[in-house]
Design a protein around this ligand. Structure first.
Ligand code: ADP
Length: 681
C-alpha cells in the first residue's frame, strides 16, 4: 500500500527525493521512526516543488497554487498542513473523512484539540513537530492514535517542512497512512505461520515438503524419528533413496496425475527403509502445493507408520490360514448362526459336509440335513442350549447329498445380549465318522471277545466236568485191577500200573483246577461286604494240615472289610497263603497278611520268607499252567495264580508281586472301594 502511494506521488516529488531526510524519534517512545526507504517520497518544501513543476509547465503562480490545492484535496490519503506556530492551516477531504471532522470546525486549531481525550497522543505529535522545527526536513513515524469517534488506529505519519517566501520554515505538510489493517494482517500471518510451523514440527505424523525433483526440502521430527535419520541427513536426499527397493516406484503413476491436477491428493501404502536397514510400512498421503498460477511448487507428504497394523494384519492372515488348514485337516467347520436374522455363516466351504454340489434346494436348513433318526434329539439339545445359554456338546448323524452318512460332534456356544436373549451361536462341527467306526469296531471286538471268552469258559467247564466221569472210571477200574490182580502182575506190569494210577490222579487234579478256573467267570456271585479277617481265618482252617506239617506261622494285621465275592476272595487268599507255605525255604515259613488303603482302593499283601522268584518270571506265573519247578519237588498244576488273577480282574483290581530269589515274596492285590466300578470279564 505504502509503495503504491509513493508510486503515484513520485512524478510530483521525484526531483528532490530524500534531499533533507532526517531521522527522528519521539521522546515518549510511542512513536516509532521508520526505515529510511519508506520515507523517500516526501522532500523538503513540497509546495515549492509542486509549484515549480506547475509554473514550469506554463501556468501562473496563482493558477498553479489552485491546482496544487485541488490535487492535495483529492488525494486518497489524509493530508494536513500546519503553520510554524502549530495551528492547522488546511486539511484535505480524506483527512476529514479519516477523523470524522469538518475542516471548517478545525482550521486554526492545534493538535491538542484533535485529541481532547488522549493528550499523550497530542504530546507525541507535538514533540515530533518540535523536532522538525529544530531540524527542518522530513520525518516519518509510526504512532497509535486515538480517534475522536472512539477506538484507535495504527498509523504512519510522514511530515515535511516548507519554507515561506522569506526562505524561513513556514510550516509543515503531513500525510497519514493507516496501517491498522496491514498490521493485523501481518500479525495474523505471523501467527498462522507460527501455527503451521508448530503443526509441522509437532505433528504425530511424519510430514515432508518434497521438491519437484523428488528431494526432501523440509522434514519434521516425526518423520526423522520414523525413518531413523537426523533432519540434516534427510534434507536433500531423495524420497526414492529411503524407499524400500521393491516399493520405489509405486507412487509414480498417481504422482503424475497429481501434478497434472487430475487429482487433489494421492494415497499410498508403501514401505521405506530406515537408516538401520529395517523396514517401515507407511500410509502416505501426497498433495501438491501450487503458486497463484496453479503451477506445482512442491509436494506436501504426510507419512503414518502403519508397520504394526500391517504386521498384525499379516499375523492375522497367517493365523486364519493356519486355522483353515487345521480345520480342514481336522475335518472341522465353524458355523456361526446369527439368531435375530437367522443367517448362517460357515468358516469354510461345507462341501465335505453337504456332499457334492449341486445340492441347492436339497437341504434348505442344516436341521434338514440331520439324520431323521437323530433330528429330534438334535433339535432338542440345540434348543436347550439356546434357552439355557449353556454350551452343549452332542453327537449326531447327517446325511450328505450323495447319501453318505457322517457322524458329527457339535460343540455349541451361545452368546446372549444384555437382555439375556440368545443372539448368536457358534458351533464347531467335527467329522467323527472314523472315530465312530473305530468305536463300533472296538465295541464289536470287545463283545466278540467277551462272547468267545464265555464260550471258552463254558467249554472248559463242560469239558472238565464231562472228563471227570470217564477219568473216575479209569481211576476206579485201575484201582480195582490193582486190588484183584495186583499179586498176579509181574515185572513191568506192576510199574505200568503205578504210572496209570499216578497219571489219573494228576489228571483229576488238573481237571478240578481247570474247573475251578472256569468257575471264576461263570459261577461268580454278587459282591457283598466281606470281613477280610474272617476270610483269612477260613483259609487257616482249610490249610490246617499244610500249616501243621510245615510248622508255618500265619499272622495278620487288622484287616478291613471289603466289597467282594466272598467265595472267590477266600479262594484267592487260600491260593496265595497255600503257595507261601508250599514254596518255603530252609527256614520255618513265616506268612504275614496286611492291608493298606487309599481313597479309591484297598491293597492287600501276603508276604512270605520262602524261596522267592526271579523277576523275569513275574508276568509268566499268572498264566494258566505256568510253573517254575518240576512237579517232583513242588506239587501243583500251575493254575493257582491264574485263578488269583482272574478273581482280582473280576473285582476290578490289580495283582503283582515283589520278590527276589532267597528273599521271600510279597504278593499284592487291590480291591476298589467304590461299588459299580467293577468290570466283569
Ligand atoms: P502251582 O502252585 O500249582 O505251581 P501257581 O500258579 O500257584 O501254580 O504258581 C505258579 C508258580 O509260581 C509256582 O509253580 C511257583 O514256581 C511260583 N510261585 C507261586 N507262589 C510262590 C511263592 N510264594 N514263592 C515262590 N514261588 C512261588
Amino acid at each position: 500500500m505504502l509503495r503504491e502511494i509513493v508510486g503515484v506521488n513520485r512524478p510530483l516529488y521525484s526531483t528532490r527525493i530524500a534531499a533533507g531526510e532526517q531521522v527522528t524519534m519521539a521522546k515518549g517512545g510511542r512513536a516509532r521512526k521508520l526505515p529510511s526507504g519508506a520515507t523517500a517520497a516526501l522532500g523538503r518544501g513540497v509546495s515549492d516543488s509542486v509549484l515549480e513543476v506547475l509554473t514550469q509547465a506554463g501556468g501562473d503562480l496563482g493558477e498553479a497554487q489552485k491546482i496544487a490545492q485541488n490535487l492535495i484535496d483529492i488525494l486518497p490519503v489524509p493530508v494536513f498542513i500546519k503553520a510554524r506556530d502549530g495551528r492547522y492551516l488546511g486539511v484535505n477531504r480524506a483527512w476529514e473523512t479519516f477523523f470524522g471532522m469538518s475542516r471548517r470546525d478545525f482550521l486554526g486549531k492545534e493538535v491538542r484539540d484533535l485529541y481532547p481525550g488522549a493528550p499523550w497522543v497530542a504530546a507525541e505529535h507535538q514533540a515530533m513537530d518540535n523536532d522538525l522545527w529544530q531540524r527542518p526536513g522530513s520525518q516519518s513515524y509510526e504512532i497509535k492514535i486515538a480517534m475522536p469517534g472512539g477506538g484507535s488506529r495504527t498509523t504512519i505519519y510522514h511530515k515535511a517542512t516548507f519554507n515561506g517566501p522569506d526562505g524561513q520554515v513556514a510550516g509543515l505538510i503531513g500525510t497519514i497512512i493507516d496501517v491498522t489493517g496491514r498490521k493485523k494482517a501481518k500479525r495474523a500471518l505471523r501467527e498462522s505461520e507460527e501455527r503451521s510451523r508448530q503443526t509441522f514440527e509437532l505433528a504425530g505424523s511424519g510430514i515432508a515438503h518434497v521438491g519437484l525433483d523428488g528431494r526432501f526440502l523440509r522434514v519434521n521430527r516425526a518423520l526423522c524419528r520414523m525413518l531413523g535419520y537426523e533432519t540434516a541427513e534427510l534434507t536433500g536426499r531423495t524420497v526414492k533413496d529411503v524407499s524400500h527397493p521393491e516399493d520405489r516406484n509405486v507412487t509414480d503413476t498417481d504422482r503424475s496425475r497429481l501434478h497434472s491436477g487430475a487429482t487433489d491428493s494421492a494415497h499410498f501404502e508403501k514401505r521405506y527403509r530406515r537408516k538401520d536397514g529395517t523396514t517401515v510400512w507407511a500410509d502416505l498421503t501426497v498433495a501438491v502445493a501450487r503458486d497463484d498460477e496453479g503451477r506445482p511448487q512442491y509436494e506436501i507428504a504426510v507419512f503414518d507408520d502403519i508397520t504394526e497394523r500391517v504386521e498384525a494384519d499379516e499375523a492375522l492372515r497367517v493365523q486364519t490360514e493356519r486355522l483353515h488348514i487345521g480345520q480342514a485337516a481336522a475335518r472341522m467347520i465353524i458355523l456361526d448362526r446369527d439368531i435375530p436374522s437367522d443367517t448362517l455363516a460357515w468358516s469354510d466351504s461345507p462341501e465335505w459336509l453337504r456332499g457334492p454340489l449341486p445340492a441347492s434346494g436339497r437341504y434348505p436348513t442344516f436341521t434338514e440335513q440331520v439324520h431323521p433318526e437323530d433330528r429330534e434329539r438334535f433339535v432338542a439339545t440345540r434348543d436347550r442350549a439356546l434357552e439355557t445359554l449353556q454350551g452343549m456338546t452332542q453327537e449326531f448323524r447327517i446325511v450328505r447329498t450323495d447319501g453318505q452318512v457322517l457322524w458329527l460332534l457339535a460343540r455349541q456356544k451361545v452368546f446372549a445380549n444384555d437382555a439375556g436373549k440368545a443372539v448368536r451361536m457358534l458351533v464347531a462341527l467335527t467329522d467323527i465318522t472314523d472315530r465312530k467306526a473305530a468305536e463300533r469296531e472296538l465295541r464289536e471286538a470287545h463283545d466278540e471277545l467277551a462272547r468267545s471268552n464265555a464260550e471258552l469258559e463254558q467249554f472248559a467247564y463242560v469239558a472238565s466236568h464231562d472228563l471227570q466221569e470217564p477219568l473216575r472210571m479209569v481211576a476206579s477200574y485201575t484201582q480195582l485191577l490193582g486190588k484183584r490182580y495186583g499179586d498176579r502182575l509181574e515185572g513191568d506190569a506192576k510199574e505200568f500200573m503205578a504210572y496209570i494210577v499216578d497219571g489219573a490222579g494228576r489228571m483229576k487234579q488238573l481237571i478240578e483246577d481247570l474247573l475251578a478256573y472256569s468257575r471264576v467267570g461263570t459261577r461268580g456271585r454278587e459282591f457283598r461286604p466281606v470281613k477280610l479277617e474272617a476270610v483269612v481265618a477260613r483259609a487257616r482252617t482249610n490249610l490246617r494240615a499244610a500249616l501243621e506239617e510245615s510248622g508255618a506261622q500265619l499272622t495278620h494285621d487288622p484287616l478291613p472289610e471289603v466289597e467282594a465275592d466272598e467265595m472267590q476272595l477266600a479262594q484267592l487268599l487260600q491260593n496265595l497263603i497255600g503257595n507261601a507255605i508250599k514254596f518255603h525255604g530252609a527256614a520255618r515259613p513265616q506268612i504275614h497278611v496286611f492291608a493298606n488303603e487309599n481313597e479309591n482302593e484297598h491293597e492287600i499283601t501276603v508276604k512270605d520268607n520262602g524261596i522267592g522268584i526271579e523277576p523275569q518270571y513275574f508276568e509268566r506265573i499268572f498264566m494258566v499252567f505256568q510253573r517254575l519247578h518240576d512237579k517232583g519237588r513242588y506239587p501243583g498244576t500251575g493254575i493257582g495264580l491264574a485263578i488269583c488273577k482272574k478273581v482280582v480282574d473280576r473285582h476290578g483290581g490289580r495283582i503283582w508281586l515283589e520278590s527276589a530269589p532267597g528273599d521271600g515274596s510279597s504278593f499284592h492285590f487291590t480291591l476298589p472301594k467304590k461299588k459299580g466300578n467293577h468290570h466283569h470279564v
